[in-house]
Design a binder for this molecule. Structure first.
Ligand code: SF4
Length: 329
């Protein structure tokens, strides 16, 4: 294996408040994972779990506070300006809101060509030809280049955002909730486009989402985040078929089944209790205040990641050392 990203005990911290009220908010806390070339790794969790911060750290918008992030085998902390520029070319982002992320005063052709222009790539004619190719890649006509973003639907605007992300022929696309702002009827089309582009262009896709039904369809592996930590990571079929962490089980219990009989029998796990404050997280398991299996050890000790035989990894005391009668069902 030759991962494109390797995160080792990676933390991202923000200062919040002013003066004597200044505190540290730990948005991502000691996460360790690899992103393999060509895979689609989904990062899932509720709002505020740190998934967007993690995605933005991968594309270089945030600096890791502690730990290490390697891109293509090299630590991103030691890159000079030229190498940072190279990483910025090779890792591109698709944003959540296609309305806000496209400049309404620029024509679509200028929007898509902008990354090429900023990196000084190609002549004006070459960039125009590239724009036409990119529009074709994302299923839009070449004439779209002459129009402004407002002339397009939400789904079409997201296609334009994807074309812009592809302009520099990146190795990795980080897609942050790329379909959550779209009508349900067009979500599948955009997800299908990302899947197809990943296969056709050999892209690595990091898909940040809260909608697990979408994730199941697109991801090859899933990392589940809770309060800045990855609590479970594994192949999609393993995480969906045999979720080990109580938080993953609760998230998956909210996903409807297409089969009416299975849907009728679905038992929803309702999470009670409050999410702890990320400025002052509890000393033990961060999920303990909402976990139906929590026991004394969970309040005291932070569970380490345990690797299961099929490579699924879980941070839960019950998985590390199942107690009689307390195994995660
Ligand atoms: Fe629940 Fe304890 Fe496992 Fe945390 S470590 S998920 S509180 S059982």
């Amino acid at each position: 294996m030759n991962p494109i990203f390797q995160a080792r005990d990676l933390s991202v911290t923000f200062r919040v408040g002013t003066g004597s009220r200044r505190k540290l908010l730990s948005a991502v806390n000691r996460v360790t994972f690899d992103v393999e070339r060509g895979e689609c790794l989904a990062i899932v969790g509720e709002s505020g779990c740190g998934k967007t911060t993690l995605g933005r750290t991968l594309i270089g918008l945030y600096e890791p506070g502690e730990g290490e992030l390697l891109f293509d085998g090299r630590s991103t902390a030691n890159l000079d300006a030229a190498d940072r520029q190279m990483v910025r070319r090779r890792v591109q982002m698709v944003f959540q809101d296609p309305h806000a992320s496209l400049n309404p005063r620029m024509k679509v052709g200028e929007i898509i060509a902008e990354p090429l222009r900023l990196h000084g790539i190609g002549t004006r004619d070459e960039r125009q030809r590239r724009v036409a190719d990119l529009l074709e890649h994302v299923g839009l006509p070449a004439e779209a280049a002459q129009r402004f973003p407002h002339a397009f639907s939400g789904g079409q605007r997201q296609r334009i955002g994807i074309a812009r992300a592809l302009a520099l022929s990146p190795d990795v696309i980080v897609a942050d909730e790329p379909v959550s702002a779209l009508d349900v009827s067009v979500q599948a089309q955009v997800v299908n486009l990302l899947k197809e582009l990943r296969a056709r262009l050999g892209l690595t896709l990091i898909f940040i989402a809260h909608d697990l039904a979408v994730v199941r369809y697109v991801a090859t592996r899933i990392a589940v985040m809770y309060l800045g930590r990855i609590v479970e990571i594994g192949r999609t079929e393993d995480v969906f078929g045999n979720p080990q962490h109580p938080y993953t089980q609760a998230l998956l219990s909210a996903v409807p089944f297409p089969d009416p009989d299975a849907e009728e029998a679905r038992q929803r796990i309702i999470l009670k209790g409050d999410i702890p404050n990320p400025i002052d997280p509890p000393p033990g398991c961060r999920f303990a205040s909402r976990c139906r299996y929590a026991f004394d050890e969970c309040q005291r000790a932070d569970p380490a990641m345990t690797r299961l035989p099929d490579h699924q990894q879980v941070a839960c005391h019950l998985v590390a050392a199942p107690l009689a009668g307390q195994g995660v069902p």
